[in-house]
Design a protein. Structure first.
Length: 266
């Protein structure tokens, strides 16, 4: 059996701090064998830099998934080609830099496949159908890949849930990301597939999905454009811990994880 931790969207400096401290705490509490993190908001709440990606890998993150904010930092267009552990959505248009699927060998010797998909409802209708993209990716899955987990980065819960059922029994886990709020629907679907509609956020929850409350409220009331800064404070790391049999790829148990850390911690 192996323990796989999926951390929700990392939001700015508070999210990075929460992730680093949570991984250290989690490894004290659990025998964690692999870590997948959504890092598309890690750089100031918009995008990811090469330095941050390298930082995550130094903390023991095996794969970094992303979504609609992957290109907010232009440097990602080039460094994603040199860092196979950083993914962009698999169903992006042809010719998009980087890859949406990777297989990595874990420290325990088994091989983990990670597929990054993005929904189309209220998102990017120009992206290919994520369901057909999932079929295409899994058709190319190497025989020696023991476990497959999917980050379904989407706005609509219905689209994420549909993907969970579509892949039930075909992958080890389908985790939703993007909405920054952890859902209480974690479960193991028939066939041994872990599922959660949204893993939540690594960041400051004294906010509106990680950004300044007043600025966000003002935008709703006035309907005027404006920039809302990411906020710092009590840093929380939210995610999902899965127990998976690496012999058959089936998940037997899931558990929501949340760690809160005071702002004063380094």
């Amino acid at each position: 059996m192996a323990q796989i931790f999926f951390a929700g969207d990392v939001m700015g400096a508070a999210g990075r701090r929460a992730l680093r401290l949570a991984l250290a705490r989690l490894r004290q509490d659990e025998p964690v064998d692999a870590v997948v993190v959504n890092g598309e908001n890690a750089a100031g709440g918009a995008g990811i830099t090469a330095t941050i990606a390298q930082e995550f890998c130094a903390w023991g993150v095996d794969v970094i998934t992303t979504g609609n904010h992957i290109w907010d930092r232009r440097e990602a267009l080039t460094f994603i080609e040199a860092e196979p552990r950083l993914l962009r959505p698999y169903n992006a248009p042809p010719g998009t830099p980087g890859a949406g699927w990777v297989v990595v060998e874990t420290r325990a010797g088994w091989r983990l496949g990670v597929l990054n998909l993005m929904g189309r409802l209220f998102m990017h209708p120009t992206y290919d159908c994520p369901f057909r993209a999932a079929d295409a990716a899994l058709a190319q899955k190497p025989a020696e890949c023991d476990v497959v987990v999917v980050d379904m980065h989407a706005e609509a819960t219905s689209e994420k849930m549909a993907m969970g059922w579509y892949l039930a029994g075909r992958v080890s886990g389908v985790m939703g990301s993007h909405t920054h709020v952890p859902t209480a629907d974690e479960r193991v679907l028939p066939g041994g597939t872990a599922y959660q509609s949204d893993a939540g956020m690594c960041g400051c929850y004294d906010s509106v999905i990680g950004v300044d409350k007043d600025a966000s409220i003002r935008r709703f009331i006035t309907a005027l454009p404006g920039h809302a800064e990411t906020v710092d404070g009590v840093a929380s790391c939210c995610g999902l811990l899965m127990t998976v049999d690496t012999d058959n790829g089936r998940c037997s148990a899931v558990r929501r994880v949340r760690y809160d850390f005071p702002q004063a911690l380094p």
